[in-house]
Design a protein around this ligand. Structure first.
Ligand code: FA5
Length: 339
């Protein structure tokens, strides 16, 4: 090949280098720059075209032309890198300006959750009893007739067994109507002396301002030698005073339960929103019936005990001046936030 051809190839390489320099400088953004890179340095680009032409030169001409083409390629590649760095720098500063943080702005508050008023009341009641030595246990919500009624000396014709009060399950069994079956379960597993507190949900077909079809009870009982009615009264007075405060009026009056003898109920003075007052029954209690002690294998000649079952919703209503029991189940945030 003639020297003229070698010179023309070299001249073409330099010329393309100039053109590429202009195009790279004119690229408007990163995608346009990438197009230029492909056009000049890509596999099918201009520089690759020149390299292919090296094949038509003589072996001693090739290094000379090859060196020039490589220099041009390196120059183009260097220009592209510098231009890309410029774009990236500009992009970074744009972002920094846009993302400026105003650290003087007030923070976003994270609302703090809190315990439901009924959970608070259960914890307070159980806490007071644990402080004086009661053990906490739990029993099942799904019960059988034996634990919910029979072992508690509730005969088959007792009104509590009525379909109107008790939710019976299709396949047998029932939703416990009170926490008293836990007395049976706990006593069967232990020997006196014992003092147990058992909170839990209970279910009855029953609803008005002070009754709910599902509500919460706390059961408490103590069995040992020589437990008396005065022990029952002392424990309940302490519980009421710690929960409601020392000056809250209450009264203890005779009552009846098949599983206690004698029995008593406690009322708390209810000061309603309209200014009127009345007594609201908050718990049932009594000396555990000898038939119940026998049902769990305790000797009623040797041991005596007391038991009580209280309504947690009523405790919570009376402590916080809530007049309707259903407020606890509606999950109205305006109501719940007050606790
Ligand atoms: C009982 O459930 C007995 N098991 C209590 C007991 C235990 C007596 C141990 C003796 C020895 P009673 O049905 O009265 O008793 O319910 C006890 C308390 O639960 C009531 O004083 C009342 O505070 C609450 N209570 C009863 N029914 C409802 C209801 N539907 N909604 C809300 N609270 C209720």
């Amino acid at each position: 090949m003639s020297d003229g051809e070698l010179e023309s190839l070299i001249a073409r390489a330099r010329e393309l280098g100039e053109v590429a320099g202009g195009r790279i400088a004119a690229a408007a953004d990163l995608p346009a720059l990438e197009n230029e890179r492909v056009a000049w340095l890509g596999k099918k680009g201009e520089m690759a075209g020149l390299m292919r032409r090296l094949g038509s030169l003589t072996p001693d001409q090739r290094p000379q032309a090859g060196q020039v083409i490589n220099e041009v390629k390196e120059a183009i590649s260097g220009r592209i890198d510098r231009r890309r760095a410029e774009f990236e720098k500009a992009e970074r500063s744009r972002r920094l300006v846009g993302e400026k943080l105003d650290i003087t702005l007030p923070g976003r508050p994270h609302p703090r959750g809190r315990l439901h008023p009924l959970t608070q009341a259960v914890r307070d009641i159980v806490g007071i009893l644990r402080d004086i030595g009661f053990d906490e246990v739990r029993g099942p919500d799904l019960e059988d007739e034996f634990h919910n009624f029979e072992a508690l000396n509730i005969p088959a014709d007792h009104p509590a067994r009525d379909m109107q009060d008790t939710f019976y399950l299709a396949g047998g069994g029932l939703l416990r109507t009170h926490t008293s079956p836990v007395q049976i379960r706990a006593m069967k597993g232990r020997k006196p002396p014992l003092a147990v507190v058992a909170p839990g949900r209970v279910y009855r077909c029953d609803a008005d301002q002070t009754h709910s079809p599902m509500f919460t009870q706390v059961e408490g009982f103590m069995v040992a030698e020589d437990i008396r009615m005065s022990d029952l009264k002392g424990v309940l007075e302490l519980l009421l005073q710690r929960f409601f405060g020392k000056d809250r009026p209450y009264r203890m009056r005779p009552s009846f339960f098949p599983f206690t003898e004698p029995s008593a109920e406690f009322d708390i003075l209810w000061e309603k929103d309209d200014g009127s007052t009345s007594w609201l029954e908050v718990l049932g209690s009594g000396m555990i019936h000898p038939a119940v002690l026998e049902a769990v294998g305790y000797d009623p000649q040797k041991y005596t005990g007391f038991a009580f079952g209280l309504g947690v919703e009523r405790f919570a209503m009376l402590r916080s001046g809530v007049d309707n029991i259903h407020a606890f189940y509606e999950n109205d945030q305006r109501f719940l936030r007050q606790f």
